[in-house]
Write a protein that binds this ligand. Structure first.
Ligand SMILES: Nc1nc2c(c(=O)[nH]1)N[C@H]1C(S)=C(S)[C@@H](COP(=O)(O)OP(=O)(O)OC[C@H]3O[C@@H](n4cnc5c(=O)[nH]c(N)nc54)[C@H](O)[C@@H]3O)O[C@H]1N2
Ligand SMILES: Nc1nc2c(c(=O)[nH]1)N[C@H]1C(S)=C(S)[C@@H](COP(=O)(O)OP(=O)(O)OC[C@H]3O[C@@H](n4cnc5c(=O)[nH]c(N)nc54)[C@H](O)[C@@H]3O)O[C@H]1N2
Ligand code: SF4
Ligand SMILES: [Mo]
Length: 726
């Protein structure tokens, strides 16, 4: 090793797999090599191409370094000091709200907030300070249906079962491609290796997807399904389980008869007609699930971002329950994370308030991102005039992205906390950059709630901040600035300490441990909060266990806390104290599906796809990641291409817009379906590599007027389109 260089450990923050990394930093603190941490008990050395590019991302010359302020006349950004940036926000943000005050403020929170300590611990302070019901996030373009379904069935939207990957005998996957995505709402480093191990121990893997993906290639069986029709398949399976007396519920439930009645007219023949999967196969899928010693059904983004997203997610756990696999080893189980669980007192419900323009229900304190453009564009009391985005790019990630692009340009004031000038943040008046990942602490409060093994790992900051504020400090100072408090006098770290002291004091008081403040350890108040959460958590020193922050610091490769264990009924927060198998909203939604069955199937529909060397919209500026298979092309079945006379490029049209895209024919896609990846469309980007590999914005075709009404989730799959030669 070169003089001054050293190896350091940390968790990869780039996807949900939480792999351990071994980084080599040189004497100038630059990341010169990245390896998988072989001593991490969970990831055991696994590393994917994105993780391997961690150093390139960290050193990208296009990253925003000092804060930037945009001149509204020229559109040009120029660097400013942190103090000037916050002064400007304190002056302009409250002024932009006008007489409506906080009701005219909006907040959009993007995906990486699920991966940062700042997002987990300090966004609540910002949300409180902004004081608005205009809270939007990537969740309603992603997993909200699963959370609403879990909330309705189990009483807690964070109590989401995951397939017990390492022990199951039979796994049915719908609408997920973990060989490329590395898994989602199922935290499993080396997901591909875990699936191979399932097969090696004689287990069976079945994949239902309109594309023959790499995961489908690995499977024992792959079935094409017509996009958006998964709930008909799952109801057909449920119908068969009842009809053939294969139901064996092993947990305490309510609503079994209502489920039987809801599935009564969804015969395998009805399911076949809609899905394109023949009736005998539907019956066989049911029998296989019932017969396997242990089995789990797992469905992800392909089935969430669909018109019946919540219905589908509910049916997944209905099947897990009907087959006796809920909360049972090898089935669908609940993780028990060491920290970050939220103690709910009341059962979950949605619609505690509704959106102004379209009257859509709130879910988990958020309104659907599919109505963000409406709320910015529609005049009236409570119209959004000032917006904050943190770690997001909704112009490329939200439906009707082009419309949102125009809407953002009409805001009075906008602030973005982001690493890059991207398609969204280019509209910001001020961009506040987070420091490098290696300068931030890391603990996966969110993702470890969904892990396939109980595990905890803490990575302290590896490189000092120097003159940069931590992302946590940025959020806390922003919280002060939006309420018009000038930054002066509130030193960033002391502002954080104030927030932390308040949280620590109230938490200790609630736990009846007010006298224990002095026992908390950690280099700063953030670490002391983490220590507090670990001590009070299910493995914690103050809860009959041993865990605290110093235990994690002594185990820098991470700590294995064992295989998943049954958690029912204690984890339930339903009014009945049982698993509520037939929530009225979902039974009612079966009727909506039934009505849909009488409507014709669109001749051609659009779906998305993820790419191994991509991550939504923000890894296209790394030369080693773009190009080759990672290009923005339209996948079309050769028969469709021939029938439509497609050449090198096609024009795809939907109700929302039209795009010209390069065509790639492949028999891996179902006839009648085309696929376009999202996150592209960097034509005007300030990022040089991304601009040279621009692609088009798939969300110019998706339609923000179409949502899953139960959760408010956006619809990206099964979008009706026409395709013609360009
Ligand atoms: N058509 C279609 N659209 C989709 C999807 C789809 O499958 N099809 N998928 C949806 C899904 S699942 C998701 S999660 C959303 C994602 O939607 P978004 O979260 O809105 O988009 P990302 O592209 O993930 O943008 C993340 C931003 O965070 C910044 N960033 C990265 N790390 C940090 C950090 O540490 N701090 C801060 N402050 N910023 C950081 C990046 O520079 C980037 O600008 O897209 C959704 N959109
Ligand atoms: N490499 C890489 N990894 C990522 C990301 C990335 O962009 N790139 N993004 C991260 C994020 S934010 C998330 S949320 C996760 C998502 O993780 P996954 O859910 O595994 O996401 P995808 O790989 O998009 O797989 C979704 C699959 O659904 C299929 N599909 C589309 N429509 C339908 C349908 O109607 N029915 C069925 N049954 N299938 C359908 C698609 O063909 C696709 O293969 O991945 C994360 N990991
Ligand atoms: S799979 Fe995810 S967590 Fe693991 S190295 Fe790749 S990006 Fe990082
Ligand atoms: Mo996501």
């Amino acid at each position: 090793m070169a003089v001054g260089s050293r190896n350091l450990l940390r968790t990869c923050p780039l996807c949900e797999a939480v792999c351990g990394l071994t980084l080599t930093l040189d004497a100038d603190d630059q990341v010169v090599s990245v390896r998988g941490d072989r001593d991490d008990p969970f990831s055991r050395g696994f590393l994917c191409p994105k993780g391997a590019s961690f150093g390139k991302l960290d050193g990208d010359p296009d990253l925003v370094r000092p804060p930037l302020v945009r001149d509204r006349a020229t559109g040009e950004f120029s660097p400013v000091s942190w103090d000037d940036a916050f002064d400007l926000i304190a002056e302009r943000f409250p002024a932009a709200l006008g007489a409506d005050g906080n009701r005219a403020a909006g907040l959009y929170l993007g995906n990486p907030n699920a991966h940062t300590v700042a997002g987990a611990l300090y966004l609540p302070a910002l949300i409180r300070a902004v004081g608005t019901r205009h809270i939007y996030s990537a969740s309603t373009a992603d997993q909200m249906p699963k959370q609403v379904a879990a909330g309705l069935m189990f009483g807690d939207p964070l109590f989401v079962p995951v397939p017990d990957l390492d022990r199951t005998d039979h796994l049915l996957i719908l609408g997920a491609n973990p060989l490329e995505s590395n898994g989602s709402l199922c935290t499993a480093p080396d997901f591909p290796g875990r699936l191979k191990a399932l097969k090696a121990r004689g287990g069976r893997l079945v994949v239902v997807d309109p594309r023959r993906t790499r995961t489908a290639e690995l499977a024992d069986e792959h079935l094409f399904i017509r996009p958006g029709t998964d709930p008909a398949l799952l109801l057909g399976i449920a119908h068969t389980l009842f009809a053939e007396d294969l139901v064996s519920v092993t947990v305490d439930v309510t609503g079994l008869e209502e489920v039987r009645a809801a599935a009564a007219d969804f015969t395998p023949e009805v399911a076949a007609e809609r899905t394109g999967i023949d009736a005998d196969t539907v019956r066989r899928l049911a029998r296989e699930l019932a017969a396997a010693p242990t089995a789990a059904v797992y469905a992800r983004i392909g089935t969430c971002t669909a018109e019946f997203g919540t219905l589908t997610q509910w049916l997944v756990d209905v099947l897990n329950t009907l087959t006796g696999n809920l909360d049972s080893p090898g089935g669908a189980m609940f993780a028990q994370a060491a920290a970050g669980g939220v103690a709910r007192s009341k059962p979950f419900r949605t619609g505690r308030w509704r959106s102004r323009v379209r009257d859509l229900p709130e879910a988990m304190g958020e309104l659907p991102v599919a109505t963000l453009a409406d709320e910015i564009e529609t005049p009236g009391e409570g119209q959004i005039r000032a917006l904050i985005t943190v770690a997001g790019n909704p112009v490329l990630s939200a439906p009707s992205g082009d419309r949102l692009d125009t809407a953002l340009a009409g805001l009075e004031f906008m602030v973005s906390v982001d690493r890059y000038v991207n398609e969204t943040t280019r509209h910001a008046d001020v961009i506040l950059p987070p420091p490098r990942s290696v300068q931030s602490p890391h603990y996966d409060f969110a993702l470890l709630q969904f892990a396939v093994r109980n595990y905890a790992r803490y990575s302290p900051p590896l490189v000092p901040l120097g003159d940069r504020p931590s992302e946590s400090a940025v959020l806390v100072r922003l919280a002060a600035a939006v309420t018009g408090q000038p930054h002066a006098g509130t030193g960033a770290q002391s502002a954080i300490a104030q927030v932390d002291e308040f949280v620590i004091a109230t938490t200790l008081a609630k736990a009846g441990r007010a006298e224990s403040r002095g026992e908390l350890t950690g280099a700063d108040s953030t670490e002391q909060r983490i220590d507090l959460m670990l001590r009070l958590g299910p493995y914690g020193e103050w809860n009959g266990g041993k865990l605290n922050l110093s235990v994690l610091l002594d185990n820098p490769h991470g700590l294995d806390l064992g295989a998943l264990r049954p958690r029912l009924p204690d984890g339930l927060r339903t009014a009945s104290g049982r698993v509520e198998l037939a929530p009225p909203q979902l039974i009612a939604d079966v009727a909506r599906l039934r009505a849909r069955l009488t409507e014709p199937v669109p001749a051609m529909t659009l779906i998305g796809r993820r790419q191994l060397r991509s991550n939504n919209s923000w890894m296209h500026n790394i030369a080693g990641l773009v190009g080759g298979s990672n290009r923005c092309t339209l996948h079309v079945h050769p028969d469709d291409a021939a029938r439509l006379g497609l050449g090198e490029a096609a024009t795809v049209r939907s109700a929302a817009g039209a795009l010209r895209v390069p065509v790639e024919t492949t028999a891996a896609i179902m006839p009648g379906v085309v696929s376009l990846p999202h996150g592209w469309g960097h034509g005007g980007s300030a990022q040089s590599v991304a601009r040279a590999n621009a692609g088009v914005n798939a969300n110019a075709l998706t339609d923000d007027s179409v949502i899953d009404p139960v959760s408010g989730n956006a619809v990206f799959n099964g979008v009706p389109v026409t395709v013609e030669p360009a």
